[in-house]
Design a protein around this ligand. Structure first.
Ligand code: SF4
Length: 468
């Protein structure tokens, strides 16, 4: 069993970086390209503000009891946010997620975003977008939201969409909803055998809309949680095949090794720059990229800062003369290679944009690799403290169903269902999704059959149980 990180809080940002660097070193992941422990103290921390969801994804990571878990009191969420700030320091990324966080009370969601920002952290909203409106997103941006990440893919089985290409219409709606608002727009796509053949097209779609989309994350589906898809195709769906599909889609070879973020088996990262309609690998010169990353590790520039971020980098570079020649060489080469774009615009400056690609390789609940858990940079804020997301996914109820003592001394019970006379918890069918819903439906059918055939109900339950 993997436990949350309960070490005493670090006293300084240097100590936070050193702790992560030490984890990278002991897991063999410390390299010149490693940004974990150099640039940042943690990749991100997921803060689940509700377990309820308005979809029923075939690769859902939520637990069987999720829909029967009540929303955690704000007081405890704020305690967890305080813990994230102490553990990981300024600008740590907090993913406000769920379930779907837009199912939480609207005023409370605003309070959560504001509290995250007040602690000096970054706030990202991870949503399927169903309930979100432009006006609401605008309000959240005013509350201080940094990013909105839309989860859209075929695992969600949204009505009226039969392929990833069909879903582009929905993605476009979400892009238009966020266009012009001061939040970075991200997209999450779960990759599984059923959509692998369309990943190239999805990647190309994101580049075509990189005036708004800043970050595209492709997450390899894992066998964990209530989702009904069991087992990943080990040949078709791999980090390598997903990276290859992205490159096929964008039509450019991308260097997914220039920068390392945590464990190589978990995360891969690449960046594409567009000059007009022409596309370039921004990290092609891996050695130079790693040098810039190391020598500017202390400069804070965020993906949502746009020009401000570029200015901060430029300012930092003023004092790094040894990097000037490299930048000039790369800028001139890009200028020359994109000359067609300038010429076709009568020598007017073509739009220059970037988009980041990220692959995330979640682990199956029954196949956790302790080295990767130790090197984890994507944590969940549990009741007991932050822990590796994969380890948390493998036994969510252990943490989610723990009663919480509030400041008033009152004990808050997470489950909305009381145990029956035998001490058993039976979650009503209306609150079941995924595998447990299918199993309950099987049991229900068996009970109806038993009624017709005269078999006892206990016998019918036993038969249904055996047939699962
Ligand atoms: S251990 Fe799991 S959650 Fe953590 S970085 Fe690796 S794949 Fe992601």
């Amino acid at each position: 069993m993997y436990r949350p990180d309960t070490l005493a809080f670090p006293q300084s940002q240097a100590e936070r970086l050193a702790r992560l660097a030490e984890r990278m070193q002991r897991t063999g992941q410390w390299s010149p390209a490693q940004s974990a422990g150099r640039r940042w103290t943690i990749g991100c921390v997921s803060l689940e503000i509700t377990q309820r969801c308005n979809l029923d994804c075939t690769l859902c990571y939520l637990s069987d009891s999720a829909e029967a878990v009540r929303d955690i009191p704000l007081e405890d969420l704020f305690r967890r946010i305080d813990g994230i700030a102490l553990q990981f320091g300024p600008n740590a990324d907090v993913q406000i997620s769920g379930g779907d966080p837009t199912l939480r009370d609207r005023a409370e969601l605003s309070q959560i975003v504001r509290y995250v920002r007040a602690q000096g952290l970054r706030a990202s909203l991870f949503t399927n977008g169903i309930l979100l409106t432009r006006e609401w997103l605008q309000q959240l941006a005013a509350d201080g939201l940094n990013d909105v990440a839309f989860h859209v893919d075929m695992t969600q089985e949204r009505k009226g969409y039969s392929s990833e290409a069909d879903l582009d219409a929905l993605r476009l709606r979400y892009i238009d909803m966020a266009r012009g608002l001061p939040v970075s727009v991200l997209f999450n796509t779960t990759v599984f055998a059923g959509n692998m053949h369309e990943i190239a097209g999805v990647a190309d779609f994101f580049v075509q809309h990189n005036d708004v989309v800043r970050f595209a994350s492709f997450q390899l589906g894992a066998d964990t949680g209530r989702g009904t898809v069991v087992g990943r195709d080990p040949i078709m769906v791999t980090q390598t095949s997903v990276c290859e599909a992205i490159q096929r889609g964008v039509g450019v070879a991308l260097n997914f090794d220039a920068l390392q973020g945590g464990h190589r088996a978990c995360n891969r990262y690449a960046m594409l720059v567009t000059v007009g309609a022409q596309r370039f690998d921004a990290l092609a010169d891996g050695e130079f990229v790693a040098r810039v990353m190391r020598d500017t590790a202390s400069v804070a520039f965020e993906r949502d800062q746009g020009l401000r971020g570029a200015r901060a980098l430029a300012k930092a570079l003023l004092g790094k003369r040894h990097l000037w020649a490299g930048f000039a060489r790369h800028a001139l080469r890009t200028l020359w290679q994109s000359r067609g774009q300038w010429v076709s615009r009568g020598l007017r400056v073509p739009p220059v944009r970037k988009i980041s690609f990220f692959t995330h390789n979640f682990m199956d609940a029954c196949g956790l690799d302790s080295e990767r858990i130790d090197a984890c940079v994507f944590m969940a804020a549990t009741v007991d403290g932050p822990m590796a997301m994969c380890a948390y996914n493998a036994e969510r109820d252990r943490y989610l169903l723990k009663p919480i003592r509030l400041a008033s001394g009152k004990i808050w019970q997470p489950l909305a269902v009381a145990p029956d006379a035998n001490g058993e918890i039976r979650i009503p069918l209306k609150w079941l999704k995924g595998k447990p819903r299918d199993a309950a439906m099987g049991e229900r059918k068996a009970l109806v059959q038993a009624h017709i055939t005269g078999v006892t109900q206990d016998e019918a339950r036993r038969i249904a149980e055996e047939s699962r």
